[in-house]
Write a protein of this length. Structure first.
Length: 273
């Protein structure tokens, strides 16, 4: 897939993977519609995209609001006349044991942003994607492949994304629309710094040592772009993630025990023990 002159919507474009992907698409001559809640930061990304050689507009959007998602799609079509690519990237994270949660509203909030936000944007954009024989991209997570302790609500939202887009891919066979589900591992982005704690409030700091073991966001985006060019159906990142998906099929108990052990070790490191 050549992105020159292609119209692409990127949600969650104000930081992290979304921002880096938007600028990378701009370098390839894409016409971008950028969505996130912070309009001021989006304007900065628009300038970065234009400096990189692309065209871009900012549409402040809360993807948890269905009407806002429809307005986002309308703004893109009004500006560029078509939609060739939709990247569902907007998301929020959490960190905390389920039995320590004091605000279950957090679970609904995460589902509305991570899952329903993708559903709303996809439903609004789908007629235009069919007309363009375009590409749907869902930025999920390795936690959408296997459960991870302290990430129950986040993992549930990503499992929901995986099931939705896998099912939609089958429905769209023969329409010319391809569906790519991306499953990154730990990437060096601010998402965990803004993760919600058991009380439903932002933790303000990641419990992980973010200087170690994270994939650079540039490498993550390089892999996503390659998968988009090839219109692949799935991209599972990291060797551990790929092996984990295979092992889970035949020995799920092993994956559970490994995830529990890694969580305990991470908690010890974060507490200084």
């Amino acid at each position: 897939m050549n992105f020159t002159g292609k119209s692409a919507i990127v949600t969650g474009a104000s930081s992290g993977i979304g921002r880096e992907l938007a600028v990378a698409l701009a370098r390839e001559g894409a016409h971008l519609t950028l969505a996130a809640r912070d309009g001021g930061v989006l304007d900065e990304v628009v300038r970065e995209c234009e400096a990189a050689g692309g065209r871009a507009i900012a549409v402040p959007t809360d993807v948890a609001d269905q009407a806002a998602c429809s307005a986002l799609v309308d703004a893109c079509v009004q500006k560029y006349g078509r939609i060739d690519v939709l990247v569902n990237n907007a998301g929020i994270s959490m960190w905390g044991r389920f039995d320590e949660m004091t605000d279950l509203g957090m679970v609904e909030r995460i589902m509305r942003v991570n899952y329903f936000g993708a559903v709303y944007c996809t439903h609004a954009a789908l007629p235009h994607l069919k007309a363009a024989k375009g590409l749907l991209v869902a930025v999920s997570s390795l936690t959408g492949k296997t459960g991870v302790p302290t990430r129950t609500a986040y993992s549930a939202s990503k499992h929901a994304m995986q099931g939705f887009f896998d099912s939609l891919r089958i429905e769209l066979l023969g329409t010319g629309v391809d569906v790519l589900v991306v499953s990154p591992g730990f990437v060096a982005t601010p998402i965990r710094d803004r993760a919600l704690g058991p009380d439903g409030k932002p933790r303000g700091a990641s419990p992980r040592d973010e200087d170690k073991g994270n994939m650079p966001v540039e490498e993550c985006v390089r892999q996503i772009l390659a998968a988009m060019r090839g219109r692949r159906r799935e991209l599972v990142m990291t060797l551990t993630g790929k092996v984990g998906v295979i092992v889970k099929t035949f020995a799920p108990g092993i994956v559970d025990r490994l995830a529990a052990r890694m969580s305990r070790e991470r908690n010890k490191r974060s507490s200084g023990k």
